[in-house]
Design a protein around this ligand. Structure first.
Ligand code: ADP
Ligand code: MG
Length: 265
């Protein structure tokens, strides 16, 4: 049983504080989903967890089984058991997924024998054409192919925790179903713990979250189950949107249905 514990996390970008005291505990086998309005800091959270440069952590901690992730380089975090699926995966010309995964498995001290067979079996599970196994990583991949590619990496690397930022962006319905189903299966098969960031409830039908959280104003505002996501589909995030954000969206929206409506009602 592993634990990813985020405590009192504060993070800033270019002097602007985005995360303001975020607490979250994820255990092996659990699926947590973070939803929230645009600009709430969801991607900031995934970038901070990964160690992407440009974010200043001003307070708080992130511990994976007691190991402080925030002082580690991104590859060391991966070594510690964290997997991060990027909202916009990187293209790596000249390197195939098989070569990349061989490196990654060797670097983390995992057996890499029989990798080709494992990749082919995993590709079949998510209906990913094996042609892609020999092509340069992500180069000229469609959105769906990139996400299948990432799901394949996750299946082979068997991390303790995966952070999935908008797995649903650019995915057709079939790819979404297969990829999220594969991720969900990993929670049973290898005890993967998942933190998924999404705008769409449809992802949740396959991921079957144990917890749904609303991130707004830099912190978790409310936690529930699937019923919370269903409620959000109906009500939206207006009750958690900050005043300055509402003013911006109102001025951009210009004249909506009722220009005299009170946006804070
Ligand atoms: P979400 O993923 O919830 O939509 P983000 O984490 O991407 O939100 O962004 C949170 C806030 O941080 C936004 O106001 C955004 O404009 C700001 N932000 C994010 N990254 C940067 C950056 N590199 N430079 C300046 N502001 C940023
Ligand atoms: Mg985002």
């Amino acid at each position: 049983m592993s634990e990813l514990v985020i405590s009192g996390l504060h993070a800033s970008v270019r002097g602007k504080e985005i995360l303001r005291g975020l607490d979250l505990v994820i255990r092996s086998g659990e699926v947590h989903v973070i939803m929230g309005p645009n600009g709430a800091g969801k991607s900031t959270l995934s970038h901070v967890l990964m160690g992407k440069p440009g974010y200043e952590i001003t307070a708080g901690s992130v511990l994976l089984d007691g190991v402080d992730l925030l002082v580690l380089e991104p590859h060391e975090r991966a070594h510690a058991g964290l997997f991060l699926a990027m909202q916009y995966p990187t293209e790596v010309p000249g390197v195939s997924i098989e070569e990349m995964l061989t490196e990654a498995l060797v670097a983390t001290g995992h057996p890499h024998g029989g990798l080709r067979a494992r990749l082919e079996a995993e590709a079949e599970r998510i209906e990913f054409d094996t042609r892609f196994l020999d092509r340069s990583l992500n180069v000229d991949f469609s959105g769906g192919e990139k996400k299948r590619n990432e799901t394949l990496q996750l299946a082979v690397l068997q991390p303790k925790f995966a952070i999935l930022d908008e797995l649903d962006s650019g995915l057709d319905v079939d790819a979404l179903r297969l990829c999220s189903r594969r991720v969900e299966a990993a929670t049973h098969e290898t005890g993967l713990g998942v933190l998924a960031i999404t705008h769409y409830k449809r992802l949740l039908d396959e991921l079957r979250p144990d917890f749904v959280h609303v991130l707004a104003k830099g912190a978790i505002q409310v936690t529930g189950g699937l019923e919370l996501a269903e409620e959000l589909e109906r009500t939206g995030y207006s009750q958690w949107i900050e005043r300055d954000t509402v003013e911006t969206s109102v001025s951009i929206a210009g004249f909506g249905d009722d220009p005299f409506a009170d946006p804070f009602a």
